[in-house]
Design a binder for this molecule. Structure first.
Ligand SMILES: Nc1ncnc2c1ncn2[C@@H]1O[C@H](COP(=O)(O)OP(=O)(O)O)[C@@H](O)[C@H]1O
Ligand SMILES: [Mg+2]
Length: 231
């Protein structure tokens, strides 16, 4: 991996979903480069391929055609097992529905990816507390997801996504389940993450969230129709 490479470089990504006689052409050739420190919002109507693109960028899914390189590493060349490991160490994901483990405390949820990466118990307890404090939840470490508000659960999900210091944080509609006030707090948190050096790619319907990004990519019908630097 090379330091001079962009954090993310996607070329001519295509994704067809086989659906009997008429496959869905969800992505029809998308190219995107993201430099370290950037903050990119991806917007567009429902069904235009935003989640499909994000899943390819994060090596959750494999393209029908095209390539994705993260920190110069072409991820489609990795085996499934190597890809899982690569994701664990280099990519953070935040989803609309949080996906916390209900039986675990906030701290234990954040510890999971640290444990998978092989960190010792004492170290990961300390790191989980530090991460939860960073997202404003230092007083909620032993709460379970059902004992937390939606906004607090999303903060736990963000702390978990940041656990192994990923090169890239990918978020799919992260404010989609939150009320306006909590959404505004989330937008402020993303700005702070980015100011502290996290590279962000955020799919969103939320105009306020898109307005906070440094760059806005508009999608339609499986393609990018505009890519505008705002800051
Ligand atoms: N697993 C799947 N199987 C078949 N079609 C899918 C699948 N996932 C998404 N699609 C279709 O691909 C298109 C893009 O979906 P998606 O990426 O989820 O859009 P967005 O996130 O912009 O709303 C839509 O037409 C959707 O119905
Ligand atoms: Mg979507």
């Amino acid at each position: 991996m090379s330091d001079s490479a962009p954090v993310l470089s996607a070329r001519d990504l295509r994704r067809d979903y086989p659906m009997g006689e008429s496959p869905v052409h969800a992505l029809r050739g998308v190219s995107l480069e993201v430099a370290a420190g950037d903050y990119v919002a991806i917007v567009g109507p429902s069904g235009c391929g935003k989640s499909t693109l994000l899943n390819l960028l994060g090596a959750i899914d494999r393209p029908t055609g095209g390539t994705v390189a993260i920190r110069g590493e072409p991820v489609e060349r990795l085996s499934d097992r190597e890809r899982t490991r690569f994701r664990l160490l280099h990519i953070g994901f935040v989803f609309q529905r949080f996906y916390l483990m209900p039986a675990l405390t906030a701290g234990e949820n954040v510890e999971l990816p640290l444990a998978e990466a092989g960190m010792s118990r004492a170290e990961r307890k300390a790191r989980a507390r530090e991460l939860l404090t960073y997202v404003g939840l230092g007083a909620r470490v032993t709460h379970r997801p059902t004992q937390l508000s939606g906004g607090e659960q999303q903060r736990v999900a963000i702390a978990r996504a940041l656990a192994n210091r990923p090169a890239l944080l990918l978020c799919d509609e992260p404010t989609g389940e939150l009320d306006a006030h909590t959404g505004a707090e989330m937008i402020a948190l993303f700005e702070r993450l980015n100011a502290d050096g996290t590279t962000l790619v955020v799919v969103t319907h939320d105009e306020d969230l898109a307005a906070a990004a440094k760059r806005v990519v508009h999608m339609r019908d499986g393609g990018v129709v505009s890519d505008t630097r705002v800051r």
